[in-house]
Design a protein around this ligand. Structure first.
Ligand SMILES: N[C@@H](CCC(=O)N[C@@H](CS)C(=O)NCC(=O)O)C(=O)O
Length: 208
């Protein structure tokens, strides 16, 4: 059974939602990052960068949500096009877009806009502007598409969990109609609803 070390955050939920979508059985080990549990020596053995999520499958430990999503998709043989095909690299492109942009930049928006308002007008404007730019990029990509790639993949899961914090980012999803449609359609999936409340049920999925 896969052990999932996680907390109720966008990066953590990527993995619980993927596990639910893939139908893999897993055991949850909550790592309360608000109480600094990510710095405990036992957890650092599994996740040397002191961040959730991480998994342990047998005696194999893996950190970094993007790597974990690819590992799980490969293990289950689902949510990823065949390795090496153009579709595979398209999925990888959007997964890397999330890991390098629609995650780190939105995380900065959370830091300045939601948790530390008034500390830096410059940083608030910078990350809000960047958040809006990223939503415009995603909106364009989703025109005439049900999913970020031609089929539903782990890239959708990775991007969706960050979009679910639209309120923190001061983003009005109605300004991005294609994103809004895609977001709502995924929010209806039972696996998203089950994975969203792991490890702590903090209430329903936010809806615009
Ligand atoms: N690139 C990493 C980022 C993971 C990450 O930032 N995790 C946050 C929660 S979403 C965390 O554990 N923060 C605790 C800390 O920074 O001490 C991934 O995608 O897994």
């Amino acid at each position: 059974m896969i052990k999932l070390y996680t907390w109720s955050t966008p990066n953590g939920r990527k993995v619980s939602i993927a596990l639910e979508e893939l139908g893999l059985s897993y055991e949850v080990i909550p790592v309360n990052i608000g109480e600094k549990a990510q710095f405990e020596p036992d957890f650092l053995e599994i996740s040397p960068n002191n961040k959730i999520p991480a998994i342990v499958d047998g005696d194999f430990a893996l950190m970094e949500s993007g790597a974990i999503l690819l590992y799980l998709a490969e293990k289950a043989g689902l949510l990823s096009p065949p390795y090496g095909t153009p579709d595979y690299w398209r999925m990888m492109e959007w997964l890397m877009w999330q890991m390098g942009n629609f995650g780190p930049q939105l995380g900065q928006a959370h830091h300045f806009l939601k948790f530390n308002p008034g500390i830096s007008e410059y940083a608030e404007a910078r990350y809000h502007t960047e958040a809006k730019r990223l939503y415009r990029v995603l909106n364009l990509r989703l025109e005439n598409r049900d999913f970020v790639c031609d089929e539903f993949t782990v890239a959708d899961i990775a991007i969706w969990t960050w979009a679910s914090r639209f309120e923190y980012q001061q983003i009005d999803l109605d300004d991005y109609p294609e994103v809004c449609r895609w977001y709502l359609s995924l929010a209806e999936r039972p696996a998203f609803q089950r994975g969203y409340i792991v490890p702590v049920d903090v209430g329903p999925i936010p809806l615009p």
